[in-house]
Design a protein around this ligand. Structure first.
Ligand code: LMR
Length: 396
């Protein structure tokens, strides 16, 4: 029976890592998968994380199961980190999940129960797994216009026009900050208009926030979703600790559902825990215990905030150096937008042949849609990259 499977489709991001590893060239540069890298190209373990892990190792006295919904300390701290005081805590049900992806899955699972016939609205483009997971689970999907390839900004007009067709009970998936893959973000005024619109339509916003602290700052990045939370009776949030705590492989995430009142939130809380039980039982503990400890401890938290800010500033510095050197190499301002984008990614607007030439002729690995991981260009790697881009774009 097993031969019934179709050959697996290659993941556009993960398959690139394999090609990169197989490349023998010394000067190759990996700008594919979204992991932070320092000047020497290493993805470091944050010092606050190391300290919390050491403390955990010495203090932890049992590996018995924690609660089905996950550790309370982690869930409370994360609710505060993401939502601040925008909504009464008793209206928020929370679920610890294996990574932010696990949170997305559990929110889709909840929608399977609440409104299986809904359409899930996903930005075009988006992180490929959004569409992949939604269609795998049998949902109807609708891609909405997002990125203007000319201006490299959000095409607000086209996006808002398409939202006119949203129906009551549909799920509108929005990136909380640091849009992946484009790096172009919705401005605050437009967030307010979207909030009005979902209220009017009776649709459900679902905010995926995987890069809080990588854009304009921890509080600033959460501001749009906090605005929504303060105004809407119901909404979904998936948050990831992969990037801002550097806990990629430990799989730390959280799903949140904001309800109209605390009685409904209790009902939701029980159902979320059941979703963990029927899918994989308990979420992994270690990384979430580390996050909970860091956020609850003044000293560790201060250190983590400073480390996160350092990463954010380093990526901003790369952005402006890259924009400068691309301007010089290409003798054009066509790539100036990378300085204004935010987060880990920008989409350069190169065609498939240019992406291939970057890889094959220059050992520069970028995703097929021309998304680059900005952090991969630290340590002056933006210089050879700009030279290569100018060559493949035929402008040098
Ligand atoms: C990315 O977009 O590169 C990251 O979110 C990693 C992943 O799982 O795709």
């Amino acid at each position: 029976m097993f031969e019934k499977f179709h050959p697996a489709k290659l993941d556009p991001i993960l398959s690139l890592s394999k090609l990169f590893q197989a490349d023998q060239r010394n000067k190759k540069i990996d700008l594919g998968i979204g992991v932070y890298k320092n000047d020497i190209g290493v993805t470091p373990i944050m010092s606050s994380v190391k300290k919390a892990e050491a403390r955990l190792l010495s203090e932890q006295s049992s590996k018995a199961y924690v609660s089905l919904a996950g550790a309370e300390l982690f869930r409370d701290q994360m609710r505060n980190l993401v939502l601040g005081d925008s909504v009464a805590p008793e209206r928020v049900a929370t679920l610890q999940t294996p990574g932010g992806t696990g949170a997305i899955r559990q929110i889709f699972e909840a929608m399977k129960i609440l409104n299986p016939g809904c359409t899930i609205w996903i930005s075009d483009p988006s992180w490929p797994s959004h569409m992949g997971m939604a269609t795998h689970m049998g949902f109807k999907t609708q891609a909405y216009p997002y990125f203007d390839n000319e201006t490299k900004l959000v095409d607000v007009e086209a996006m808002m026009a398409s939202f006119r067709d949203i129906k009551q009970g549909d799920l509108l998936l929005l990136h909380g900050c640091c849009h992946n893959p484009t790096g172009a973000n919705i401005d605050f005024d437009t967030w307010k208009k979207i909030t009005d619109l979902v209220l009017e339509k009776g649709a459900l916003p679902f905010i995926d926030i995987a890069y809080q602290g990588f854009g304009d700052g921890l509080e600033e990045d959460a501001a749009p979703l906090r605005h929504m939370a303060s105004r809407l009776p119901e909404m979904f949030i998936a948050a990831s600790c992969s990037k801002n705590f550097g806990l990629y492989r430990d799989r730390v995430g959280i799903a949140m559902m904001i309800s109209k009142d605390s009685v409904t939130a209790d009902l939701v809380q029980g159902n979320l825990a059941t979703l963990n039980r029927v899918n994989y039982s308990f979420a992994p503990d270690h990384g979430a215990a580390v996050v909970g400890m860091i956020l609850a401890d003044d000293e560790l938290r201060r250190e983590w905030v400073a480390e996160l800010e350092e990463m954010r500033m380093a990526m901003l510095a790369v952005r402006s150096k890259l924009a400068d050197s691309l301007r010089q190499q290409c003798n054009s301002d066509q790539f100036d937008f990378v300085a204004n984008h935010r987060g880990m990614f920008s989409r350069l607007g190169l065609g498939p042949d240019q992406v291939l030439a970057l890889r094959e002729e220059h050992g520069m690995y970028i995703v097929g849609d021309s998304r680059i991981n900005i952090a991969g260009l630290a340590g002056d790697r933006h210089l050879p990259f700009s030279v290569a881009v100018a060559k493949v774009a035929n402008v040098s």
